[in-house]
Design a protein. Sequence first.
Length: 101
Amino acid sequence: RVTARPRTAGRQQAKKQSEWAQLAHYQALAMKRSLNEEAKVKREKVQQLQSSLRDQQEEHQYRQAVARERQRAEDARRGREAEAQRAREDAALNATREANS
């Protein structure tokens, strides 16, 4: 007569395999959760960098606009000064002509 021992060993082995499978499943879930957390942190970091880059670009564009406006104002001032200088020279020349005639 065959004893019940092999069946018990089989059950124990099946139970152990089930426990190992469950453990592997939980480890996989933990790893997936960890990877999701890492991905989330990286996404947030990328968003921060993109936001910072946008801010820097806006600041740069603003500074360029200010510099262009200053240059335009300076050019206009020089133009007015040159025009006034020409007018003074013309007046002096005309006064000299009047005096000579």
